[in-house]
Ligand binder design. Structure first.
Ligand SMILES: NC(=O)C1=CN([C@@H]2O[C@H](COP(=O)(O)OP(=O)(O)OC[C@H]3O[C@@H](n4cnc5c(N)ncnc54)[C@H](O)[C@@H]3O)[C@@H](O)[C@H]2O)[C@@H](O)CC1
Ligand SMILES: [K+]
Length: 225
């Protein structure tokens, strides 16, 4: 299996692409979301009419909001749930929230104690490569709910709670049926204990320029020296 990239390298590749090459962060996010929405609509064996999208307030949540919007535009029934403090949301997540609201999507905060999800597919967009500490409330309850749902669980980029670098569950983690990982395979996905959380893995290409890959990898090498 491909060795994968460390989250720091992916962050360096993102930063170079956005800041030095000039492809806006929102464009990368749209490409990631479109690749995943297309995969869900056209290329998987999952025949789904309804989707629950569980979003955090970082860029993984922004991906989730954009995917939810694209599924809604494709005529699917989409319910978006937010978890965490929206006042501290990333810029991209905030923008995606505004777009989704302007298009009339249903967005709710995930309530404590509520039943689990009844939709055909549950999209996990709580945390991606930004996870850097153990999962606590309210995310812990959200992950429990995803894991109790009867629907097919698809993780966006990384099963939330799994460290993209070590492959270990940080307290708790989403057990996905499938993980659609953005741009690159992650180092932690090679670890044996991560397999049960990842499910079926697919890397979604989003068109990072070759130059970004070289610069990101060189920066990582210099940092390690
Ligand atoms: N433009 C970009 O940078 C792109 C980002 N992408 C998405 O963005 C993700 C990374 O986004 P972020 O860096 O915003 O990070 P995440 O969305 O993974 O996490 C959000 C934030 O949660 C906080 N956090 C970490 N551990 C926590 C914990 N245990 N409890 C509560 N909060 C915690 C961190 O401050 C982190 O920044 C990728 O995994 C991918 O899904 C993609 O859209 C591709 C392009
Ligand atoms: K996720």
């Amino acid at each position: 299996m491909n060795e994968g990239l460390a989250s720091q390298t992916i962050k360096a590749i993102d930063a170079y692409t956005i800041n030095e090459i000039g492809i806006p962060s929102m464009v990368l996010m749209e490409r990631a979301a479109l690749a995943i929405a297309d995969e869900l609509l056209d290329h998987t064996s999952i025949s789904a009419a309804s989707y629950a999208v569980v979003c955090g307030t970082g860029n993984n949540g922004g991906d989730g909001l954009a995917i939810g919007r694209m599924l809604h535009q494709a005529g699917k029934t989409v319910k978006i749930y937010l978890v965490g403090n929206v006042d501290k949301a990333s810029d991209e997540c905030r923008k995606q929230l505004r777009i989704a609201k302007n298009l009339g999507l249903t967005i709710d905060f995930l309530e404590e104690g509520a039943e689990s999800f009844s939709e055909d597919v549950v999209l996990d967009a709580l945390f991606g490569i930004g996870l850097d500490r153990d999962v606590e409330e309210p995310h812990k309850t959200a992950i429990d709910k995803i894991n109790r749902s009867h629907g097919y669980v698809v993780a966006v980029d990384v099963p939330s709670g799994i460290s993209a670098d070590t492959g270990k569950a940080m307290g708790t983690a989403v057990i996905a049926d499938s993980t659609l990982t953005i741009g690159f395979m992650k180092t932690g996905f090679n670890v044996k204990e991560a397999q049960a959380f990842i499910g079926k893995l697919k890397v979604m290409a989003i068109g990072y320029p070759e130059r970004s890959l070289l610069k990101g990898l060189i920066k990582e090498e210099l940092t390690n020296d």
